[in-house]
Design a protein around this ligand. Structure first.
Ligand code: UDX
Length: 435
């Protein structure tokens, strides 16, 4: 089966390479000429474990190729996956301009029956709107079926998630089109992965509701953590005990500096926006966003407390990406924490294993010092803040770090250290919710 994938971001590239690995012939399309040029050389534009190997393997096998020519790709394909971005618009709604552009290009290019599959996260009702655009503008009188097939991959483990998903969701009206898409995922079907076959609107809602629920868990545990600090309780034990109840589950109950990334903030905002528009307000999710914004400042407040003011102090920040194993800094807590530290008068040194270039790209004018390792960040610092739980931060040489620091204050926003151990080394330590 020939497949065209439009958009070579995380979702497009991982899905394209993954489907090629399932044995499909996949051509990935992007209008960014430079990106396609690099991809043809096997160069991946972002850091994602395992992706480069998967892309190389399938390029060499002749199953995966790249082009800027959408018309040509569509001509060869029976199934076209839309994987372009749906970033947040200023009012919180999902910006669907890239989706619209693709729908119009498809209307131009369709020359035969095609199945158009949306993988991009889109508000409920969007797939029907895509079909209307295509039907209204199509040049040839050909039939087209629309399928919603949301993707649940996590950055940092995207390849693993694509190959071993918890479920595959396929929404649509045409049984024929649903069967075609289901067939693409045959290796998963054979491995007894649950398939949810449903209508377009339900499939769209499953994606939003899932992300919003996970974000709710994070904001919930962050609020419990803040209360633990005041009440003298330990949130890590609370979360572990709560998680032993299978109705609750242990995952996504780790308090931290607030959730970030390209999905949670954007999807929760979009759902809140859609709720307002249709007169069904999402009160819980509005609170989830508010709690998250406040949580991002906790790291700064903790540093200010320990250092007794930040003016003229040096603060080291370890971890800029919104989570480990990715260079992605979109909506990362660091984008709030670092500028706020600077605003409150601190000199800031930052270190991240892979995300420093991206951070600089987002904050080009921010006066911070980028250093090459945690020890350089710690030298002469009055506080060290761990913002991302990269594995290399779990095994820092704390004795050496203490000797290098002007004042040994450690702010562990991911609770990766044992308070008693760190305190016994002479640090003043604060985690999240460890009252
Ligand atoms: C998420 C969803 O998990 C995925 O299914 C969806 O397709 C896209 O959005 P991702 O954005 O890659 O994936 O990150 P995820 O691992 O879910 O983490 C999101 C944020 O929540 C991160 O900032 C992370 O640090 C934070 N988080 C997560 C916590 O603070 N505590 C937790 O217990 C879990």
């Amino acid at each position: 089966m020939h497949i065209a994938v439009i958009g070579t971001g995380y979702v497009g590239l991982v899905s394209g390479a993954g489907m090629a690995d399932f044995g499909m012939k996949v051509i990935c399309v992007d209008k960014d000429k430079e990106k396609i040029k690099q991809l043809r050389k096997g160069r991946i534009p972002f850091y994602e474990p395992g992706l480069e190997e998967l892309v190389h393997k399938n390029m060499e096998a002749g199953r995966l190729s790249f082009t800027t020519d959408l018309r040509e790709a569509v001509k060869q394909a029976l199934v076209i996956f839309i994987c372009v971005g749906t970033p947040p618009a200023p009012d919180g709604s999902a910006d669907l301009s890239q989706i619209k552009e693709v729908a119009l290009s498809l209307a131009e290019a369709l020359d035969d029956y095609k199945v158009v599959v949306t993988k991009s996260t889109v508000p409920v009702g969007t797939n029907r709107w895509i079909k209307q655009i295509i039907d209204k503008h199509k040049k040839n009188n050909v039939a087209v079926d629309i399928i919603s097939n949301p993707e649940f991959l996590r950055e940092g483990s995207a390849v693993e998630d694509f190959m071993h998903p918890d479920r595959v969701v396929i929404g649509g009206e045409s049984a024929y089109a649903i069967a075609i898409v289901k067939d693409i995922y045959r290796p998963l079907y054979l491995a007894e992965t649950p398939f949810i076959i449903t209508d377009l609107e339900t499939a769209e809602m499953i994606k939003y509701a899932s992300n919003a629920f996970l974000a709710t868990k994070v904001s919930f545990i962050n609020e419990i953590a803040n209360l633990c600090e005041k009440a003298g309780a330990d949130v890590t034990v609370v979360a572990r005990a709560m998680g032993l109840d299978p109705r609750i589950g242990r995952k996504f109950l780790n308090p931290g500096p607030g959730f970030g990334g390209s999905c949670f903030p954007k999807d929760v905002k979009a759902l809140v926006h859609q709720g307002r528009e249709v007169g069904s307000p999402m009160h819980i999710l509005e609170a989830v966003l508010e709690v998250n914004e406040r949580q991002k400042l906790r790291a700064v407040e903790k540093a200010e407390d320990l250092c007794k003011g930040l003016s003229g102090k040096t603060v080291a920040v370890l971890g800029l990406s919104f989570k480990p194993n990715t260079s992605d800094v979109r909506e990362a807590p660091a984008l709030t924490v670092v500028p706020e530290l600077v605003k409150r008068g601190a000199r800031v040194r930052v270190y991240d294993p892979v995300a420093m270039e991206e951070f600089r790209h987002w904050c080009p004018d921010l006066e911070v010092e980028y250093v090459k390792d945690p020890l350089k960040a710690a030298k002469g610092a009055h506080a060290l803040i761990i913002l991302t739980e990269w594995n290399e931060f779990r095994f820092l040489d704390l004795k050496e770090i203490k000797n290098l620091m002007a004042e040994p204050n450690l702010i562990d926003m991911r609770n990766i250290y044992e308070p008693e151990v760190v305190k016994s080394l002479g640090f003043k330590y604060t985690g999240v919710g460890r009252g």
